[in-house]
Design a protein around this ligand. Structure first.
Ligand SMILES: Cc1ncc(COP(=O)(O)O)c(C=O)c1O
Length: 368
């Protein structure tokens, strides 16, 4: 009989993917080929050119000079926020629910975080009128993730275009899209990049990485794409505070970029059965509302029916997370993403673990 750990984690942000063979091969060849080259601070020219070419194939006018390779997406986000924000003055408007990491990054960059909750009842539609009402003269950055972590929602072309119609009327405003999950998408259409839209006022910035959609977990590579002047500032920040990403990791990233479509398609194919299992398990739970997310390897069900009504909302959410943990399953409390009572649950784990975790989850929830 298979034995499982006392606690099965469905809380990790990283999947159980192995390094794509082409990436491993390219990194190994470099390692075995003599002294390692040192990368320029902004990244190896070949990787920046390959990334730019990939966006160009999608119809985006991106030049290599706009790209800075960073040790993961987080440092890219911090560099961008540092470059854009006037500390103590500027605000970042974050559409929520959203990834719990953004808050700390905005704080470290000296910005003030403001949140705009989107409505689960509309499947988190971009509410342009609400965004407009939330903007102030101090709002310097509008921050979103697409596909969204934690909801899995994918924002398609028409919905983004309506939002960008608004942001173009606010020249001081930058739009920052975290697109790190862009290859994990189960819908018929691929996830559009913010970079594919007209940007007459140079307002668009994208941050991405290789650890989610391209399976380079533990290789610590990410990047940003920004107007060239902002990219230069970000490179200067990286020069002053860190180092260039190892050429070994960049070699792996270059191979992954060249095979991006097939790597992501392989990951999605491998995730599909788990996704169906997860969605079926949630659908079988009475009182649980869950929209079928098109992107990421998360679901974000509404467990508000199971909260202890005697507790205030965030405490009730933490209490349910603790009850689930006591029942042997670790999930992410949506309170950390500005959505108490919702829970981020990953299905990018081995199938037997997922099966057992779902059994435990069902047993731990007071289903009626
Ligand atoms: C939306 C989002 N952005 C950025 C990151 C950080 O990515 P990286 O591993 O490249 O630092 C994560 C990781 O969980 C994430 O979910």
């Amino acid at each position: 009989m298979t034995s499982f750990p006392d606690t099965i984690s469905l809380a990790s942000g990283y999947g159980n993917f192995t390094t794509p063979p082409a990436a491993l091969q390219q990194a190994t060849t470099l390692l075995q080929g003599g002294p390692l080259p040192l990368s320029p601070i902004e990244g190896l020219p070949a990787l920046r050119a390959a990334l730019a070419a990939r966006y160009q194939r999608q119809g985006a006018a991106v030049a290599p000079e706009q790209i800075v390779v960073t040790p993961g997406a987080k440092p890219a986000l911090l560099a961008v926020l540092k470059a854009l924000l006037s500390p103590g003055h500027d605000e970042v408007l974050l559409l929520t629910p959203n990834w719990f990491g953004f808050q700390g990054l905005v704080e470290k960059a000296g910005g003030t975080l403001r949140t705009l909750p989107l409505d689960p009842a509309t499947d988190y539609a971009l509410d342009v009128a609400a965004v407009q009402a939330a903007l102030t003269p101090r709002t310097r950055v509008l921050l979103l993730s697409n596909p969204n972590n934690p909801t899995g929602r994918v924002y398609h072309r028409a919905e983004l275009a309506a939002l960008l119609h608004l942001t173009r009327q606010h020249p001081q405003l930058m739009v920052l899209a975290d697109e790190i999950y862009d290859g994990i998408c189960f819908g018929p259409d691929r996830v559009p990049s913010l970079l594919e839209f007209d940007d007459p006022l140079s307002q668009h910035v994208v941050v991405s990485g290789f650890s989610k959609s391209l399976a380079l977990i533990g290789w610590s590579v990410g990047y940003l794409v920004a107007p060239a002047a902002v990219a230069r500032q970000c490179a200067a920040w990286q020069f002053a505070t860190a180092a260039a990403v190892s050429a070994v990791s960049q070699a792996a990233a270059l191979a992954a970029t060249e095979q991006a479509e097939s790597i992501s398609a392989g990951l999605c194919a491998g995730l599909r059965a788990n996704r169906e299992r997860m969605v079926a398990a949630l659908a079988a739970m009475p009182s649980v509302r869950q929209q079928l997310p098109q992107g990421t390897y998360y679901v974000f069900p509404d467990f508000r029916a199971f909260l202890n009504p005697a507790l205030p909302l965030p405490a009730a959410s933490a209490d349910l997370a603790a009850r689930l943990r006591a029942g042997g399953v670790e999930v992410v409390d949506g309170a950390s993403c500005d959505a108490p009572g919702f829970f981020r649950i990953s299905y990018a784990v081995p199938e037997p673990e997922l099966r057992e975790a779902l059994r435990r989850l069902t047993a731990a929830l007071p289903l009626r």
